[in-house]
Design a protein around this ligand. Sequence first.
Ligand SMILES: Nc1ncnc2c1ncn2[C@@H]1O[C@H](COP(=O)(O)OP(=O)(O)OP(=O)(O)O)[C@@H](O)[C@H]1O
Length: 211
Amino acid sequence: MLGIKLDQAGKRYQYEWIFKSLSLDFEPNNRIAVTGSNGSGKSTLLKCVAGLIPFTEGKVSYHLGQTAISEADIFSYLAISAPYMELPEEFTLIELLHFHFKFKNKISNVSIQEMMDIMYLNESKDKQVQFFSSGMKQRLKLGLCFFSDVPLLLLDEPTSNLDQKGVDWYLEMLALYGSSKSILICSNDTREYANCHKIIEMENFKIKRRD
Ligand SMILES: Nc1ncnc2c1ncn2[C@@H]1O[C@H](COP(=O)(O)OP(=O)(O)OP(=O)(O)O)[C@@H](O)[C@H]1O
């Protein structure tokens, strides 16, 4: 059960503060939505939480039960689905799944064959990922997250490129495989973050201009 605490966290790129003074107690098994207009800093916050880029100021701490996890190790405890995370396109689907689950443990009760069925990608098992449609790639990215045995999922715009059937599938996946995980969802689409315990509105963590 992974929890995260942010204490007065801030991120600046060059001279521009993207967010500042963000404190948050992300309790284990909670779902948190991060919302805000385009360019407000949702993806930046997700990348900082994932340890992909550093916060400029403030403190972040991670804990799994009573055990503290360092920023350097947090990557082993999470899975990310985001538009800017590329899939290895030269692999076929079946190769990619075997490759991915060499590095991440898979949840115990689902086989590789069942994963392909659940993502309704079985007919494309021998197709290279570069020839997948954008919706197929999105289901694959989400599937890789939900089928990974990690306590933290970071989902950036999870239903982008999905049609209505895909959106319904994502919500079903969230209910079936997301219930015992901590999940952070960056989104502007209320369908994507229904049932979140907290909403972080990025506009609240901007430096206010003086008139
Ligand atoms: N590496 C970088 N260097 C400088 N500025 C950056 C960098 N990455 C992002 N930014 C800037 O940070 C701001 C926040 O971008 P970010 O992608 O986090 O927003 P977002 O809320 O996720 O946007 P969207 O809804 O459009 O995906 C933007 O002004 C962006 O130009």
